[in-house]
Structures are given as structure tokens and as C-alpha cells.
Design a protein around this ligand. Structure first.
Ligand code: NAP
Length: 464
């Protein structure tokens, strides 16, 4: 008996340390300077949480746990090695696995306890499996769309929102009936099945463009369902970790929606991808001015202040190390070089910060949009590298533009604008960018990595 109490005590202490590490991890991850420490703290917290759980007195046989650990590791290692640009769909897959696990545990707990399930317990159990079920299939749909296994465009039909509301409403009614009388075991599978179908129908009408926001929303649902599981399993650690996951996912979704000037309801019910297609078709031939690497290097070396604006193209081209060499070459010549970071540049939150940090660009050179926008009129050259939508002035002026109202980097206010991209293709939102046709804009056509490499060579820099 004392052994048992002692064991319990050790587990509680381990869980407390793990919870503290999860909280610190989130805090540290909010700044590029401490992000690595944040990741480490999260990893150690998770190892402690798993270790503490394995000490649990209720475990009588470790065989299946060992098999599950090996299987999880075999699946997890390749998942952790995907390209940075595939991280959103990888994250969606992780949510799908987590949500499936929560749904299965909730189902097992229901059948173990029914019909003796207290009302509060039945309420959280229902919430757990409804959120878990819809997050499981919703996340699979989101991953499929981002990986282009499923069509990226919104799949819509008449009365879609009505059907969705009826489905969700039915699942909630079944939950209420079960809370009232948990003996109605036959209702439980229907409730789970409806949640699973609802997850598919919720995500298929949303365009690929909105998937990262949807994924962070699903992240919030997965967190909430895990917190509900914490109540069912009486695990304070799960409640804390689930609440942290749920609230951070929700905050991230709000930040992303704001940065794209979209409301939640517009993301969830707006079928944004359809608008994009129309915008892309409306392009007409206009003239642009282009320049060679030699000409661009001459202008850059004569500048006092240069602001580099990275975007998705820099990520695809993996040009961040060449960009670092350019930063070094220009700084050596006394040019003040800073980086303008748009909150949704690239394809996932923090995408540009991660890449530039990987190339060891000093953190204090990375300036957020709201802090740098006022400086563009005093900037000699704004060098846009593979960014498009986040620099599109139509967002400020053209009320008919699908991105109207989205906050952008005001690069068009710089004295000279240079844009490195391969051709005149539109970006993520599928619309033309009037920035390219301004008198002060020079197009530098080419792959970001190759072109920046040429600029570095012209400036006499580079690391061999
Ligand atoms: P973007 O608008 O998608 O434009 C990227 C540009 O990069 C394209 O115009 C493309 O033009 C160019 N490019 C592609 N490959 C290249 C290469 N190898 N070398 C040089 N250029 C290349 O990117 P963004 O300005 O970063 O904007 C991000 C968009 O994603 C926004 O619309 C945002 O709302 C959306 N979004 C972001 C997030 C997030 O969390 N970050 C989430 C959801 C949605 P060419 O093909 O002509 O080269």
C-alpha cells in the first residue's frame, strides 16, 4: 500500500514537471531567439509524460505497450523528416492520429463504464468522441488537400451548410440522450459515426488556400478533445496539455485569419478557392521592366538601406543560405540590410523566421510587418524574394480583390522595388500583382536560389 502511494507520488511530481515544461515550451517558442529551447523543453516534457504514465500501477503487462512504442517510432521518424514545405500536411496527419486515439479511448471508456456513467462524465465523454471523430476525418481531408491527393478547390453543393448543421445538431442530440440515460448503448456508435462523417463534410467545402488556418483550428479541437479525455481518465496532465493545445491552436487560427483579413466564418463557410480561380483568369498582358543580376547588384551596392522581403518562393527554392550570403556581402559594403516578415508569408505560421534562423541571420534583423511598414518610404531598395500576395497593393486599394483588406508589406512605397521570381505566375491567392507594373519596379526573373547566388557573385561575396 505504501509502495503504491509512493509510486503515485513520484508520478504526480513527474506530471507536474512535464506540465511546467509544456507551459515554458509555448512561452519560449513565441520568439525566434528562444524557440530552440522551447522545442527541447516540449520534447523533455513529453518524454517525462510518457515515462510517468509507464510507471502507472494499473499496467500489468508491457508487451503491447512496447509493440505500440516501436510501431509509433517507425511511423514517426519518416514523418519528422518531411520537407519544410510539407509541414502543414504532416501536422494535419499528427492531429488525425491524436484524434483517432482520443476517439478510441473514449469509446473504450464508454463501453467499460456504461450504464454507470455519471452525467458530467458522459458529457465530457460525448464531447471527447464528437470532437475526436470530426478532427480525425477533418484532419485527414486537410492533409489530403494539401498533399494534392484530394482536389484543392472547394467541393460545394447546394444546402451544404444546412446539411452540416443538421448533422452536428443530431450528434449533439444523441449526446444529450446519452447523458440523460447512458444505458442507451445503441446510440453511441451513431454519435461517433455522425462526428466522423461531419469531419469530412466540414473540410471538403474549404479551399486548399485556407487549409493551414483549418489545420490550426483542428489543432484546437484535438486539444479540447484531449482535455476532455483528461477528465474521463482523471489525468491532470492531459487536461493541462489539452487546454494548452486547444487554446494555442485557437489563438493561432485567430492570428492567421486576421493576417489574411478573413473571419472564421468566412474561412469555414466562404469557399475561398472559388474566388481565386476567377481572379487568376482575369489577367491581361501588361509590360514590366526586367534587369540582370549585374544591373541589380550595382543598384544594391549603391543603396544605403535595403529591406529584403522573403516569401514562399524563397522557401521552395531553399534560397535562405544564399540570402544569408547576400546579407553578408551587402553588410560588408556598409549597406543596412533588414528583413520584413509578414505573418502569413510562406505556407505556415513562422515559415520565414524558421528558414532565416536556419541560415543564421541575426534575429534582430527580422522585423515584423507593423514595425517595418513605416520605414519603406525611406528604403532605397525593397528586394522581394519569392513573395507575391503579401506585397500586393491591390489589398489596400482594390475593393473587388479577393485579398482586399489583408494587411500587406508596403514595398511599393520604397524608392526602388526588385522582385525575384521565375515568371509572371500568381501566388497563393491566384491573383495578379499590380506591384510588378510600377515604374519603380524591376523584375529579376529566375529561380530564387540561382538569382540570389548570381547577385552574391556580382557583389564579390559568397562562401566559396
Ligand atoms: P505567394 O503569394 O504564394 O507567392 C509566391 C511566389 O513565389 C509566386 O508568385 C511564385 O512566382 C514565386 N516562386 C515560386 N517558386 C519560386 C522559385 N523557385 N524561385 C523564385 N520564385 C518562386 O507567397 P507569399 O507572398 O509568401 O504569400 C503567402 C500566401 O500564402 C498568402 O496568400 C497567404 O495568405 C497564404 N497563406 C499563408 C499561410 C501561412 O501560415 N504562412 C497560411 C495560409 C495561407 P513564380 O511561379 O513566377 O516564380
Amino acid at each position: 500500500m505504501t509502495d503504491f502511494a509512493g509510486n503515485q507520488h513520484v508520478i504526480e511530481v513527474i506530471y507536474l514537471v512535464a506540465s511546467a515544461l509544456f507551459i515554458l515550451s509555448l512561452k519560449w517558442m513565441s520568439s525566434p531567439a528562444t524557440a530552440r529551447r522551447g522545442v527541447r523543453a516540449g520534447e523533455i516534457g513529453m518524454v517525462l509524460a510518457i515515462g510517468g504514465t509507464l510507471l502507472h500501477h494499473g499496467i500489468i503487462d508491457y508487451k503491447w505497450i512496447a509493440i505500440a512504442l516501436v510501431l509509433g517510432t517507425i511511423i514517426g521518424i519518416p514523418l519528422g523528416r518531411v520537407h519544410m514545405t510539407a509541414v502543414p500536411q504532416r501536422t494535419a496527419l499528427s492531429h488525425a492520429f491524436g484524434a483517432l486515439c482520443v476517439t478510441l479511448v473514449g469509446t473504450a471508456e464508454f463501453y467499460l463504464r456504461s450504464p454507470q456513467v455519471p452525467r458530467f462524465m458522459m458529457s465530457v465523454l460525448s464531447m471527447e468522441v464528437i470532437l475526436g471523430g470530426l478532427t480525425f476525418t477533418g484532419s485527414l481531408m486537410a492533409a489530403g488537400k494539401l498533399q494534392e491527393i484530394l482536389p484543392q478547390r472547394p467541393l460545394t453543393y447546394k444546402g451544404q451548410n444546412f446539411v452540416n448543421f443538421v448533422l452536428l445538431g443530431t450528434a449533439i442530440v444523441l449526446a444529450v440522450l446519452l447523458v440523460h440515460d447512458p444505458g442507451h448503448k445503441q446510440l453511441f456508435p451513431f454519435m461517433v459515426a455522425i462526428a466522423v462523417v461531419f469531419g469530412v463534410l466540414l473540410v471538403i467545402p474549404i479551399g486548399g488556400a485556407d487549409m493551414p488556418t483549418v489545420i490550426s483550428l483542428l489543432n484546437a479541437y484535438a486539444g479540447l478533445s484531449a482535455a476532455a479525455m483528461g477528465f474521463v481518465l482523471e489525468s491532470k496532465l492531459l487536461i493541462i496539455a489539452g487546454a494548452l493545445d486547444g487554446s494555442s491552436g485557437l489563438i493561432l487560427s485567430v492570428i492567421m485569419s486576421k493576417a489574411m483579413n478573413r473571419s472564421f466564418t468566412n474561412v469555414l463557410f466562404g469557399a475561398f478557392g472559388q474566388v481565386q480561380a476567377r481572379g487568376a483568369a482575369g489577367q491581361e498582358a501588361k509590360t514590366v521592366r526586367s534587369a540582370t543580376a549585374e544591373e541589380a547588384a550595382a543598384i544594391l551596392s549603391a543603396a544605403n538601406k535595403v529591406v529584403i522581403v522573403p516569401g514562399y518562393g524563397m522557401a521552395v527554392a531553399q534560397a535562405q543560405h544564399k540570402v544569408r550570403e547576400l546579407y553578408d556581402a551587402l553588410s560588408k559594403r556598409g549597406v543596412d540590410v533588414r528583413f520584413a516578415i509578414h505573418p502569413v508569408a510562406g505556407r505556415m505560421p513562422g515559415h520565414m523566421n524558421v528558414l532565416l534562423a536556419e541560415a543564421d541571420i541575426p534575429y534582430d534583423r527580422l522585423i515584423d510587418m507593423e514595425d517595418i511598414n513605416g520605414d519603406f518610404p525611406q528604403t532605397d531598395v525593397a528586394l522581394v524574394i519569392g513573395a507575391n500576395d503579401v506585397t500586393n497593393p491591390a489589398a489596400r486599394t482594390d475593393t473587388s480583390s479577393p485579398i482586399y483588406g489583408m494587411p500587406i508589406l508596403d514595398v511599393d512605397k520604397a524608392r526602388t522595388v526588385m522582385v525575384i521570381k521565375r515568371g509572371m505566375s500568381p501566388g497563393f491567392a491566384g491573383i495578379d500583382n499590380p506591384l510588378y507594373y510600377l515604374d519603380r519596379t524591376l523584375m529579376l526573373f529566375g529561380d530564387a536560389k540561382a538569382f540570389v547566388g548570381n547577385l552574391v557573385r556580382e557583389l564579390g561575396g559568397g562562401h566559396g
